[in-house]
Ligand binder design. Structure first.
Ligand code: GLN
Length: 245
């Protein structure tokens, strides 16, 4: 089996070492004898939507988001729409998550997003939303806890068509008001959780690996279990810190 990952703007969209999520995907595949291929896709590059099972974009500062946003819309939107419709997994973190939506407001400017999901990110008076966060998600019929860290100036509001990734238990989430965190639609997940997200939440990494492999190979795929003692301890610490805060 093989997982084909497309890494969008790995040079610009990699704040808080978000590329750690790719390393984590890769290592969990290798431990199970699953081939793993990463293709970098930067400014000006196009990609074949049928060639990838998992598309990843990390977080970025406003400056970097401004650099990639028009390129994203001009050279990659069509392929991203096709890949999403075809069931490829999309995971976008923070700045990458914001760019999945309809628009993103910076200091004095509003930039166009991909419009892949029905959400907008705006600015409001008040401090940046920073700190440890715990959310509850339900992607497979069971409630699960996801723990991480957030740091964003933008406030994201879901439109009527959009469903959140999770419910905030502790922390700010999309905007500090409505109790929602992230967005989820089919196999697409957008979230504010950095840190990187996956080493603290190995269940989520495996869930996305499974969906991506099923996209490539068809059928239902059950992943071999791994020894997750360190991963479980990382999750537990992140969860405890957030709930104590
Ligand atoms: N620049 C965005 C914001 O401040 C996203 C930041 C990030 O990716 N951490 O809202």
């Amino acid at each position: 089996m093989k997982l084909r990952l497309l890494s969008l703007y790995p040079d610009q969209m990699n704040i808080y070492a978000d590329r750690g999520n790719i390393i984590f995907f890769e290592q969990r595949c290798r431990w199970r004898g699953i081939d793993f291929e990463v293709t970098r896709c930067g400014t000006g590059d196009t990609f074949d939507p049928a060639g990838f099972d998992l598309i990843y974009m990390g977080g970025g500062q406003d400056r970097d988001q401004q650099i990639v946003a028009s390129d994203l819309v001009e050279t990659k939107r069509e392929s991203l729409v096709r890949a999403k419709e075809d069931g490829a997994v999309v995971l976008a973190v923070c700045g990458g998550y914001q760019l999945l939506g309809i628009s993103y407001q910076l200091a004095d400017d509003v930039i166009e997003g991909l419009g892949l999901v029905d959400l907008k990110t705006v600015r409001e008076p008040g401090p940046r939303l920073i700190g440890p966060v715990v959310i509850t998600v339900n992607l497979d019929g069971t409630d699960r806890t996801i723990a991480g860290f957030e740091n964003h100036g933008g406030r994201t509001y879901l439109g009527p068509e959009a469903k959140p990734f999770g419910k905030v238990e502790s922390g700010h989430g999309n905007n500090g008001n409505d109790g929602f965190e992230g967005v989820r639609e089919d196999n697409l997940v957008g979230t504010y959780l950095h840190g990187p997200l996956l080493p603290k939440n190995s269940w989520l990494a495996d869930h996305l690996i499974k969906l991506a492999l099923e996209h490539h190979h068809g059928g239902t795929i059950e992943l071999d279990p791994l020894d997750d003692r360190f991963e479980d301890a990382a999750h537990e610490t992140a969860r405890r810190v957030a709930l104590a805060g």
